[in-house]
Ligand binder design. Structure first.
Ligand SMILES: [Zn+2]
Ligand SMILES: [Zn+2]
Length: 590
């Protein structure tokens, strides 16, 4: 079955094996993780967002109850344009590292990058000597496993798939999983049970697509009394309700039916249901589908092997076999819905794709909205596709080709009415979204002082008597640089910004060890300066020479010497051409 996906099977196979997932037999299985000593009766539950509040991305929330820690999600955030050369932003896990012996496991709500993308970095940074148990749905674990394997971190975790019908016991906490609607199958809301009463952590959610029994369970919890509701608020600014995926399925099917030629649809590779529904629609309309892009092939392959999708035999062909079919018999499903320069659709749009060229008659469907920050690159891709002669359909001009996976304002209102929590706190959103959530919660009758507005690292201290924000733990963002496989701090970022804008000057100086006297004329190399004139370099050389000669004679003090070189060159170049290039002193002593 699995052979239909992944046209370059051998290349992707290490990441598409069925994850060796242990099924959690019964709560009893996890008793090994339970501490013998019970937490005192008045212990509060501490909920500590290490990511995902006041920002969209790197969702990561730490639970602390007595001497037990449980981490929910370990997601990434993608950098903004001005963070040059930064590939990923991940949560700071110092606090967990300091209490590593208390970590009972990591619970994954669903398989999106902003929830699993930092798992490998996090488990590597924790440096645990024994594998850390990671709990989640088979799909979330399968997608996470692919990432862990890529980063050579698979051996650092033990993947255990959860049964949503059973609660998971982790130390003094019982974790319950409730399936919610979202843009990936098997997304869970997590209910944390402890003596402080149930705390509902929604994860990413919407009502559309939520199973009936999940709704019933939320009602039941509401009736019994919920201490706190911690809600994904990212779409609170949208009025009304978020619609179901079936709307998109129908709209895409209609587009394929009417299209005169080839149809190219781009969407998130993780939107497995949308892709599977499209494959089925195409098949019904006598077309075959082709998956284009590495993550599209990989995700669908994982999902198919785990039994999440069911498509007819022969409905998906390899890209290499495309030329045997006429354009009007093809539906291409590609990555690149965010205009990412390296993704398939962006390459297709500029005529750089190995196998696919746009020709008049092609219909391109953008079945996704740009994530904030990506509007410009998505717009460029659409422009390029029009230029190449394609008809392009995108959400702002064509209705129903995308629905969000997140609850809109009225969905939130209904959830507040169902759960009726004593306390509420917005998660998974920028500050303005959190403000709107707070207002809605107050509108729904929660006292203003009972709506907590957490910042990164804040300790939400949830108790039977009262809940409040009380203190904080070390927190921050760790910037990951694909090249150096380490972490990058703000100084490095500032340097890169300077490099991009103002260029670089390298000043190579040879000095005498005991006196600090220059042995030869300093050598100055310029890169990326608009006017790399001889005169400028000679002038800089003279300035450095003069500065060195002014130095008090004595043993070389590198820092001082370095600063002196930077200062003399920096001031001179700024006077001459108005730029502040980065100056890199290279000091050699003889
Ligand atoms: Zn999500
Ligand atoms: Zn999310």
């Amino acid at each position: 079955m699995g052979h239909r996906f992944g046209s370059r099977r051998s290349e992707v196979s290490p990441t598409t094996e069925r994850p060796s997932v242990k099924r959690e037999e019964a709560p009893r299985q996890a008793v090994e993780a339970t501490r013998q000593t019970q937490a005192p009766a008045n212990t509060s539950l501490r909920v500590i967002p290490l990511g995902g509040v006041g920002e969209v991305g790197k969702n990561c929330t730490l639970l602390q109850y007595g001497r037990d820690l449980v981490l929910i999600d370990a997601g990434v955030k993608f950098p903004e344009g001005e963070m040059l050369g930064i590939d990923l932003i991940i949560p700071d896990t110092r606090y967990i590292r300091e209490h590593l012996d208390q970590l009972r496991g990591i619970v994954i709500t669903h398989g999106h990058e902003d929830h699993i993308g930092a798992l490998a970095h996090v488990v590597i940074s924790l440096g645990s000597t024994k594998p850390i148990p990671v709990y989640g749905s088979p799909l979330a674990l399968g997608l996470a496993e692919a990432r862990l394997t890529e980063r050579n971190a698979r051996h650092l975790v033990e993947l255990r798939s959860v049964d949503p019908r059973k609660q998971l016991k982790l130390g003094g906490l019982q974790i319950e999983f409730i399936q919610v609607g979202h843009s990936i199958p098997d997304a869970y809301c997590v209910v944390i049970h402890s003596p402080v009463g149930p705390v509902v952590y929604t994860g990413d959610w919407k009502f559309a697509g939520m199973p009936e029994q999940s709704l019933a369970r939320l009602r039941q919890l509401g009736d019994e009394g919920v201490t706190a509701l911690l809600a994904d608020c990212v779409r609170i600014e949208s009025p009304g309700r978020t619609g179901p995926e079936s709307v998109v399925t129908a709209a895409l099917e209609e587009i394929v039916r009417k299209a005169p030629g080839r149809v190219i649809v781009t969407t998130f590779a993780s939107n497995i249901d949308r892709v599977a529904n499209l494959i089925n629609s195409a098949h019904r309309l006598g077309r075959v589908s082709v998956l284009v892009g590495r993550s599209m092939e990989r995700n669908l392959s994982v999902a198919e092997e785990l039994g999440y999708i069911d498509v007819p035999d022969g409905s998906v062909i390899r890209a290499d076999d495309m030329r045997r079919w006429k354009p009007e018999q093809l539906v291409l499903i590609t990555t690149g819905s965010q205009g990412e320069p390296a993704a398939a659709l962006s390459r297709i749009a500029v005529g750089e794709h190995r196998q696919i060229r746009i020709t008049p008659g092609d219909t391109v469907v953008m079945a996704a909205t740009p994530v904030p920050g990506n509007e410009e690159s998505v717009g460029r891709t659409i422009d390029n596709l029009f230029r190449a002669g394609a008809e392009v359909l995108y959400p702002s001009v064509t209705p129903n080709i995308h629905v969000s996976g997140h609850a809109a304002r009225e969905d939130h209102r209904e959830l507040l009415q169902i759960v009726r929590p004593r306390y509420a706190a917005p998660f998974h959103g920028e500050y303005r979204m959190m403000v709107h959530y707070k207002r809605l919660a107050v509108e729904q009758g929660i006292p203003e002082e009972n709506v907590l507005m957490p910042s990164l690292g804040d300790i939400l201290d949830l108790g039977v008597q009262r809940s409040r924000i009380h203190g904080s733990v070390p927190h921050g963002s760790v910037l990951v640089d694909g090249l150096t496989v380490g972490t990058v701090n703000n100084v490095v970022l500032r340097d890169r910004r300077a490099l991009a804008a103002d260029g670089l000057l390298i000043a190579s100086v040879v000095v005498e060890r005991n006196t600090g006297r220059p042995v030869a004329t300093p050598e100055i190399i310029a890169r990326g300066l608009p006017a790399e004139s001889e005169a400028l370099l000679t002038g800089a050389q003279e300035r450095v020479m003069r500065a060195l000669q002014r130095l008090r004679r004595g043993e070389v003090e590198y820092r001082l010497l370095g600063d002196l070189i930077k200062e003399s060159i920096g001031t001179y170049v700024h006077q001459q051409i108005g730029l502040r290039p980065m100056v890199l002193p290279v000091i050699t002593e003889v």
